[in-house]
Design a protein around this ligand. Structure first.
Ligand code: HEC
Length: 250
């Protein structure tokens, strides 16, 4: 075996010379030709895996099935289809590397959980929207019923309610633009009489605007106001109540 064809074949095939030489020797022994011929053929561009021309194998084809089985047994080459195992599994119990498609398993919906969530959400909104704002607060200007009224004022509140003052006057400052200037907005001053119509001015903060004598004059009918005849004690109590109605403090 000469070196030049070996080098040429190795260069043509892009394989190491040692491997090419051993392959050529095996091919030559198989085909009954010389190593140099094989190397020359490979150097000329023939693929190393090409079947030797001296021993063409009958191609396995579907036509073979049309022949009688007896003849086929004589001529049919032994075709060994070597299919390697797809995944070598050293441990059958724990297959390694075998693709396992994901199995999506979900828990069933529980109606009780949904209903409970709705109830919890409703309670949360209820507490934040209604209960929370009505709790007592330390904000300046916000009054609660804990603010002490004198006993005379508490009596006067009863007179205020019984005389129907609340049918024309409110004691409720709303958080709206129209009520700006009437006093502080409060939800908890339960001493005040809310009223239902506002024919006259809101009286939440009347104690900061009028003196005792002015209040007495108006209640008695001064300035065209609806006159109310009251005993002195009742007048004093009613005026005390109005004087202590100081929504904005002070
Ligand atoms: C029929 C409706 C009506 C009734 C009832 C009524 N008021 Fe009046 N009040 C008015 C009107 C209207 C005004 C504003 C005009 C005026 O001062 O005359 C007013 C004004 C006032 C004012 C002055 C308010 C301010 O800021 O200037 C006071 C105080 C007052 N009322 C107290 C009372 C008291 C206390 C009672 C219950 C004993 C009462 N009013 C019942 C209609 C009423």
């Amino acid at each position: 075996m000469s070196e030049a064809p070996l080098a040429a074949a190795a260069a043509a095939l892009g394989m190491p010379e040692d491997l090419v030489r051993r392959s050529a020797e095996a091919r030559a022994a198989e085909a009954g030709s010389s190593v140099d011929e094989i190397l020359a053929a490979w150097a000329g561009g023939e693929a190393i895996t090409a079947a030797p021309p001296a021993a063409p194998e009958p191609p396995p084809s579907v036509e073979a099935s049309s022949e009688p089985p007896a003849q086929q047994a004589d001529v049919a080459p032994e075709i060994v289809v070597d299919i390697p195992p797809a995944q070598p599994a050293p441990n059958a119990a724990e297959p390694v590397g075998v693709y396992q498609p994901p199995v999506l398993v979900g828990a069933r919906d529980k109606p009780g959980t949904i209903v409970l969530g709705v109830i919890v959400l409703f309670l949360a909104v209820f507490m934040m929207g209604l209960v929370g704002p009505s709790l007592a607060t330390d904000e300046p200007g916000a009054r609660t019923s804990e603010i002490p009224y004198s006993q005379a004022a508490v009596d006067g509140q009863q007179i205020y309610a019984s005389l129907g003052c609340a049918s024309c006057h409110t004691q409720m400052v709303r958080p709206v633009v129209a009520d700006v200037g009437l006093g502080a907005v409060t939800l908890n001053d339960t001493n005040q009489v809310m009223g239902d119509r506002r024919f006259g001015p809101d009286l939440s903060d009347i104690g900061t605007r009028m003196t005792v004598s002015q209040l007495e004059a108006i209640i008695a009918g001064g300035g065209g106001h609806a006159p109310h005849r009251l005993a002195d004690a009742d007048m004093d109590a009613l005026v005390a109540y109005l004087s202590e109605s100081r929504n904005s403090g002070g």
